[in-house]
Design a protein around this ligand. Sequence first.
Ligand SMILES: *Cc1c(COP(=O)(O)O)cnc(C)c1O
Length: 379
Amino acid sequence: MLKRYLLAPGPTPVPAEVLLSMAMPMIHHRSPDFLPILEAAKKGLQWLFQTKNDVLIICSTGTGGMVGSVNNFFNPGDKVVVVNGGKFGERWTKICQAYGLTVEEIVVDWGYSIKPSAVEAALKKDPSIKGVFVQATETSTGVYHDIEGLAKVVKNYPETLFIVDAISALVAQDIKTDEWGIDVMIGGSQKGLMLPPGLAFVSVSEKAWKRNETSKMPRFYFNFKKERENLAKNQTNFTSAVTLIIGLNEAINMLRKEGLENIFKRHATLAHATREAVKAIGCGIYSKESPSNSVTAIEAPQGIDGQQIYKNLREKYGITGAGGQDKAKGKIFRLAHLGYADTFDVITGIAAIEMVLKDLGYPVKLGTGVAVAQEILMK
Ligand SMILES: *Cc1c(COP(=O)(O)O)cnc(C)c1O
């Protein structure tokens, strides 16, 4: 038998409480049984998103929320800025282009974070730019972008919406949606929210709703205005993902008991312990700036293939992390500490990395990284 551990940046482990809550018999999504459930989910998401605005609940993966954020607020030909610092930044560009937007990319070297001044320069040059798209955490490089700094810049441009893919950052990073002035922010169920894949969440500011009135793109399934009207009645436009929404309420209950401040502290500590432990083993951190609290991108030691580390972790020790994508493939492997994650997820992951590296002939004294992680996690 090989016991499996899921330490990937999505899907993430689902707590037993959440799994059990989703084992109840089906109820009808337009019936009085379900309406209070949706109302609780709506309020819970506002708490988690730190917003008074509507947070739409969409039955799709996170990317569906991204697509909806492009085709509900823009018109073909609109000029937008995309911060592209990895695979998910690239996805913003592809979605925007698929819907006929004119994209000005600000390319950020992989492993680095965007300088808000670069976005400011683009907006100064052309204040008619209709939107700025960014990832909060760029999952492919393990970098957290300076969302607060970017929000401060974009806020000064009345024509410009600030759109944040926080799918892998939500829960792990303290993102103050209303206080900072984020217009559209997207979350996904299978990352920090400790749920299976299948739900996207999208918060929408009044500035964005105003824009929605003039946006003429073709849309049917992802129609945010219709979702908003339904949400006011504690419903969704189409059949609600009843089971996942029941699970969402259970997950939010667990998070509420912990409290936002403790949740962010837990993730920061787990990320810090992971980084210090792998450094003690002799691995570099791929994120040269602003490493995220959700996932750590770890450089494979000289002469060792990152994909081999990822593969051996999985096949020999049952630990599913993630490899590198695209140009980081082979150079790195990734370990998440996101959502239902605690001390012994990190210690297990670090112990397994030591064992795999030793297997692959790398000179590591077993327990080196583990001890470093233990010291940090005991405090
Ligand atoms: C996981 C992820 C997504 C969404 O992926 P889906 O497979 O559509 O759920 C988008 N952006 C980031 C940054 C992610 O980590």
